[in-house]
Design a protein around this ligand. Structure first.
Ligand SMILES: [Mn+2]
Length: 246
């Protein structure tokens, strides 16, 4: 029997006094809080398994609520995400839920969140994102960025930007989204890293490549977190490393 081993970690970082990132791994969620240490969860391969992060928008209200709503909804519908159409409609539904919750309280106006993740099925991996949280694949030789940042092009000398051009929620009134979705065959040799920008803004591709080639599982998750801390960790750090095992 094949298993997916997901090693996940959430942390406030060094400068923020609270966490607005959330995480879903199958039926498990971490809602706007931290694990402090990596946890590894095992699931049989077959039934759709969703692994995703949501990063509540800073400088907008109620980011923690927005990211929480999204991961809770994905945890509920995860087992039904067997094809691209259900995945797109689930993310559209998350977007609507964020706007509905924002509409119930004027203090929540423009609350929003990113989302990025994978759905593993028996033979495929669906990669999806809205916003600038990321999904990478590592095949032992190459690190590929599978998600597509919804960010404006970088100016010369810039390594990242805080501007996002598409989010779940985030505007004063409802705005539809076009979720980035790609599909690849499930490959036992590939590992997937899902993370918020608290990791990817601080830890560059070269370092991610090095840490993934040197470490596996919870140790790899821990080393990635340590690299973000060493880089000053100005933002909440959430990451999940997906590995396939027999
Ligand atoms: Mn962030």
């Amino acid at each position: 029997m094949r298993f997916a081993a997901i090693s996940a970690l959430g942390h406030d970082g060094l400068l923020r006094d609270h966490n607005e990132d959330s995480l879903v791994v199958g039926p498990w969620t971490i809602c706007a809080s931290a694990t402090l240490v990596p946890e590894t969860l095992m699931f049989p391969i077959g039934p759709p398994l969703v692994v995703a992060v949501a990063d509540g928008l800073g400088a907008h209200p109620a980011g923690a609520l927005a990211s929480t709503l999204v991961v809770q909804q994905l945890a509920r519908v995860g087992p039904r995400l067997a094809d691209e159409r259900s995945l797109r409609s689930a993310i559209d539904d998350c977007n609507k839920r964020v706007y509905e919750a924002a509409g119930r309280d004027p203090r929540r106006i423009t609350m929003g969140t990113t989302v990025a993740g994978v759905v593993l099925t028996g033979d495929s991996v669906f990669v999806f994102n809205v916003g600038d949280s990321r999904v990478y694949a590592w095949n032992g030789l190459e690190l590929s960025r599978l998600s597509i940042d919804d960010s404006p092009p970088l100016q010369p000398g810039q390594t990242h930007t805080t501007i996002v051009t598409q989010t779940l929620g985030g505007y004063p009134s409802y705005k539809g989204i076009d979720t980035h979705v790609s599909i690849r065959p499930l490959n036992d040799a590939e590992r997937y890293l899902v993370c918020s920008d608290g990791l990817s803004d601080v830890v560059d591709d070269r370092m991610i490549r090095r840490l993934l080639s040197d470490h596996r599982g919870g140790k790899a998750a821990f080393e990635l977190w340590k690299a973000a801390i060493a880089g000053g960790a100005p933002d909440n750090i959430t990451l999940a490393l997906v590995e396939l095992e027999r």
